[in-house]
Write a new protein. Structure first.
Length: 467
């Protein structure tokens, strides 16, 4: 495959927040039942739900916190201090460093003693030693209204790092349930925009615990949670969440805005089935047929909703569903592989990536290139022009992924390159600094990609300059 295109030059596909499949929270959505959302403090009393426990903000490890964990491990095991020290490979009088910052082997040893995951020990070490009490005073209604509005505006203007800081600070205070759900939904949107899908999942789970059935954000958050699981490769979780949303919203009328959630859920479930149907050798026609049905429904609903709301974004999402369906139609024999690739190449010519396009068009076209690359690898691998076709599709997908700052697209580009180069050609990789930066970022964001990423780096080190 030819060299990867980089995003460093002048580009006209807009940078910033990608369109995304899942519906997004609107300003103030789902806040109507919270007194805290009323800038004047007026309105009915909030529903008597349990106030969520404030999210603890990250602090610095302390000697006292490390000592507390070691003491907890001693009680848990029922061991004397001397035996705990022996397990941790430390002298009994030198268990805790003066700085309070333990070495990695001590953290791993503590995790083993406590039967905790290592990341939980780390999180506990870095948490504030005195988290805000559950009963602390909530922000004044007018102040809360302004902070929630500012949080939404930060995300909408692509100031995602600022949005994450503001959202985490907001969730560290005591909020009423609906305000907590709203802040969680917007914060998760910012985290997803930065490619922090695991953190977004954690935030969405916290919010959904407080989201009652009548809260309009419940469906939005569940679709977002399904999408994050999907891009991380957690297909069972994504499919289950999408199926639950489809069942719960089956009777909503065509004019209801929640139909967009239904469309997103069909797309996510169809995408999970699309991937699953080709696993393990002979494709499953049953899964492929179900995938095509879901993707067709998603495209139709997006087109329908585009008549009344956000036409640029929803029509691009409809096109993404059409692109995804191409892969399934080829599997089912409804379409020849070259016909599918020809359709995608025609869309590339029609949109012309060198001219101005919206971020929604750019993302949809990039996904089309990813789906087309899969068709080439699966069905045209032995053809003489397979290398050329794959280079066209992956170079454009990579270019648009970097212009958009879209980490899920970057992960797919790296995976495709690795599969093609290692399986077809073997040999080493030559990367520049931009490649190494995006590869490292991708490894941190996608746990299932990490092993592939290390293999790419091992091959690069044999030919690249490490200075």
């Amino acid at each position: 495959m030819s060299g990867r295109s980089r995003s460093g030059g002048e580009g006209r596909a807009p940078r910033g927040r990608r369109g995304g499949v899942h519906p997004r929270p609107e300003p103030g959505q789902g806040l109507g039942q919270d007194r805290a959302a009323d800038p004047e403090g007026a309105g009915a009393e909030p529903a008597p739900l349990q106030t969520p426990r404030p999210v603890r903000r990250r602090g610095k490890p302390t000697k006292e916190r490390l000592e507390a964990l070691i003491r907890l491990a001693r009680f848990y095991r029922g061991w004397p201090t001397k035996e705990v020290a022996a397990h941790l490979d430390r002298h009994v009088h030198n268990l805790v460093p003066e700085s309070g910052v333990p070495k990695v082997d001590l953290v791993v040893g503590l995790a083993e003693l406590l039967d905790w995951p290592v990341e939980v020990v780390i999180d506990d070490l870095y948490a504030l030693s005195a988290p805000p009490p559950v009963g602390c005073a909530a922000p004044h209604p007018a102040e809360l209204h302004d902070r929630l509005r500012m949080l939404w505006e930060l995300v909408d203007s692509d100031r995602l790092d600022d949005a994450v800081r503001a959202g985490e600070e907001l969730l560290s205070s005591t909020l009423e349930p609906n305000a907590f759900c709203y802040a969680s939904s917007v914060l998760a949107d910012a985290l997803e925009g930065l490619g922090h899908y695991l953190q977004a999942i954690d935030v969405l789970r916290r919010g959904l615990r407080l989201a009652r059935r009548e809260n309009p954000l419940r469906g939005t958050m569940r679709a977002h949670l399904a999408y994050c699981h999907y891009v991380l490769g957690d297909f069972c979780e994504a499919e289950a969440l999408a199926t639950a949303s489809i069942a719960e919203l089956a009777s909503v009328p065509a004019t209801d805005q929640r139909r967009t959630i239904v469309a997103a859920s069909h797309f996510i479930r169809g995408s999970c089935l699309r991937i699953r149907c080709a696993l393990g050798g002979t494709p499953s026609r049953e899964d492929a047929t179900a995938a095509l049905s879901d993707l067709t429904i998603a495209s139709a609903i997006y087109e329908e909703r585009a008549e009344t709301e956000d036409p640029a974004r929803l029509r691009s999402l409809a096109q993404t569903a059409v692109f995804a369906a191409l892969e399934v139609r080829v599997i089912l024999g409804e379409l020849e592989p070259r016909e599918a690739i020809g359709f995608i190449l025609h869309q590339i010519e029609a949109l012309d990536p060198e001219q101005s396009m919206t971020k929604h068009e750019a993302e949809s076209l990039a996904w089309g290139c990813v789906f087309g690359s899969t068709i080439v690898m699966r069905h045209l691998r032995a053809e003489a022009d397979a290398d050329r076709l794959l280079a066209i599709l992956t170079n454009l997908a990579d270019l648009l992924a970097n212009r958009l700052g879209h980490w899920a697209l970057r992960e797919r580009c790296w995976t495709i390159e690795h599969l093609w180069r290692v399986d077809s050609e073997g040999g080493d990789f030559v990367f520049d600094i931009d490649d190494i930066q995006t590869l490292t970022g991708t490894m941190g964001r996608f746990p299932m990609f990490r092993e592939r990423g290390w293999d790419l780096l091992a091959r690069w080190r044999r030919t690249g300059d490490e200075t």
